[in-house]
Design a protein around this ligand. Structure first.
Ligand SMILES: [Zn+2]
Length: 572
């Protein structure tokens, strides 16, 4: 392609409303343009990168035995009412009514549609397993769309759904998808981790998120430096501390004037925060609940919400704390507190700890669970930190930032039951399909690749998903020899099967260099002064900044070799 003929509207400055790097650079590099809040047009460069990702996804899904189809974007409300999600899905589901007063929605996901298709067309265990996927535009009416393609309202997604006759079959299908996903993200040239997204047991888990590692990521991933343990922050666990078997001492009330914060109380009592249990009040579905944690630990609200099986939880304000307990914030303790109490599991390991005395300016020393107070529930409700140890091998844990680009999930029979999707098994018995679902944020991968790979000058695309593999700069379109050499090199690259773009614009070299860095094509070839002088061209490698000089005759072979090397990704 020719830069001069392509729609690549680069910008010098980032638009003011762009907050994250990928959004800024994709706007500046002419990859995307915003049409409305959270809705973007993919310009030729942006679409080229997206198509590369799609191709890798299609190849690996097909290799894993899945079949591609394409389902409608507009979905009738009846199906969603049948599954119960018409009400439950909330405001992210864009609902509308057509001219015949039929209610519909724009598909944010396709479990209903695919299950309907399968229940109407597959009736026997002989038809199973089947794994179907599509690559399609989705719409979710995000309340606050931001970050460009990272969190748009309209986006391109690969969603796949599997149907199995048996649990073991469903688990096998899940494992095939797990392997395919590893290959897909490796082939995209991305650094990523698959993390356990299952809240329950360590071990047989059937929900994994695939995270592209990037300092700018919104999600925190907990990984073990020793073993393969990896989980997202909401789900991460830590090895539990050994239980303290010290002799129980007598409970002792002690004056702590004006000491309300953990650090101040501990300083005053001359103890470390791990010898204190703090009491927080949460409003859980409208009811106050006391939450007990070791002084140096923090609540992980998703875990707390799961433990309590609650729809909504939030920290109470000072007034709500006083109304619920009659005690000012800072002096609360579990002993004698007449509301529901839940404790983090670490509290169960402690002996002779400090607590609030439920009286202003007083705390208690040597409190002990069960002797001095009872609790209603205990479990893992705290946030894991880098000081914690791996729950699998007790190795050191590491926290890194990531961007979720894929999620695989064993659904079981929840949709097939609600939609009454059944087949006849080998005994002629009616059974529900056992389902799995597998998503990949295709447009998000492109944004995540940029979040992971960029510098102050622009994007640095991994070769496998770059819109072009090489960009040839004609640095003097007025010079016949240079122009001839640049055009010949461009043609030779195309003949060699290399995806090349030539910057043939009548612009100064400085502008061409800046745009080339911004657009982030992995290889750039400068044809300019050195060619006039001694027939040399420079190949600049965008990721390392390394520049190599070659004669114009040798350059095509060298480019071919560099592209092939960069495409060869060591899988898994
Ligand atoms: Zn470990």
């Amino acid at each position: 392609m020719r830069f001069s003929k392509m729609l690549i509207p680069t910008l010098k400055e980032s638009p003011a409303d762009a907050e994250v790097v990928s959004h800024k650079l994709m706007l500046r590099g002419g990859y995307i343009r915003k049409l409305a809040s959270g809705i973007y047009s993919y310009l030729p460069l942006g679409l080229a990168a997206i198509r590369k990702v799609e191709k890798i996804v299609q190849e690996e899904m097909n290799l894993a035995g899945a079949q591609e189809l394409l389902l409608p974007m507009v979905q009738p409300s009846d199906l969603w009412k049948e599954s119960g999600r018409w009400q439950k899905y909330g405001a992210e589901l864009l609902r509308f009514t057509d001219r015949h007063d039929r209610e519909s929605c724009l598909g944010p996901t396709h479990e209903e549609v695919i299950t309907d298709l399968v229940r109407k067309n597959l009736h026997s265990y002989r038809d199973l397993p089947i794994n179907l996927y599509q690559i399609q535009t989705k719409f979710r009416d995000e309340i606050r769309p931001r970050f460009g393609l990272m969190r748009g309202r309209e986006f391109i997604m690969k969603d796949g759904y599997s149907f199995d006759a048996t649990e073991s079959g469903a688990e096998e299908t899940y494992e095939k998808m797990n392997v395919a996903y590893h290959k897909i993200f490796s082939r995209c040239g991305l650094k990523f981790r698959a993390v356990d997204a299952d809240s329950g047991t360590i071990g047989g888990s059937f929900s994994h998120e695939f995270m592209v590692l990037a300092d700018t990521g919104e999600d925190t991933i907990v990984t073990c430096r020793n073993c393969s343990y990896a989980a997202n922050m909401e789900k991460a666990q830590a090895a539990i501390s050994p239980s303290d078997n010290a002799e129980m001492k007598d409970l002792e009330k002690i004056e702590t004037p004006g000491k309300r914060k953990v650090v101040a109380v501990c300083d005053f009592l001359n103890i470390t925060p791990d010898k204190l249990v703090k009491t927080l009040i949460y409003i859980v579905d409208g009811t106050p609940v006391a939450v007990l944690l070791r002084g140096d630990h923090e609540v992980q609200e998703v875990k707390l919400q799961n433990l309590l099986n609650a729809d909504e939880i939030r920290l109470a304000d000072d007034k709500e704390v006083f109304d619920a307990t009659g005690v000012p914030t800072g002096y609360l303790g579990p002993a004698g507190l007449g509301i529901k109490k839940v404790a983090d599991q670490e509290v169960g390991q402690m002996r002779n700890f400090a607590i609030g005395a439920n009286e202003k300016n007083y705390h208690m020393l040597n409190a002990n669970l069960e002797r001095d107070f009872e609790i209603d529930a205990i479990g893992d409700i705290r946030t894991v930190t880098e000081q914690d140890l791996c729950p699998k091998c007790a190795g050191p844990l590491e926290l890194t930032k990531g961007i979720e680009v894929g999620h695989i999930f064993k659904l079981g029979t929840s949709y097939s039951e609600s939609l009454k999707a059944t087949f006849l098994d080998s005994q002629g018995e009616e059974k529900y399909f056992i389902m799995g679902c597998y998503g990949i944020g295709v447009s998000r991968i492109v944004a995540a690749a940029i979040e992971q790979n960029h510098d102050k000058d622009g994007m640095i695309f991994p070769m496998p998903i770059a819109p072009f593999q090489v960009m040839i700069l004609n640095l003097s379109t007025k010079d016949e020899d240079i122009t001839h050499a640049a055009e010949a090199l461009y043609q030779k690259c195309l003949d060699n099967g290399i995806e090349a773009i030539i910057d043939d614009r009548d612009e100064r070299p400085g502008i061409k260099f800046k745009d080339a860095d911004l657009i982030g094509i992995p290889l750039r070839v400068n044809v300019g002064k050195n060619f006039s002088k001694d027939g040399q061209v420079e190949i600049k490698i965008r990721s390392t900044g390394e520049t190599l000089s070659f004669s114009a005759d040798d350059a095509p072979e060298k480019i071919k070799k560099l592209v092939e090397e960069a495409l060869h990704i060591d899988n898994l």
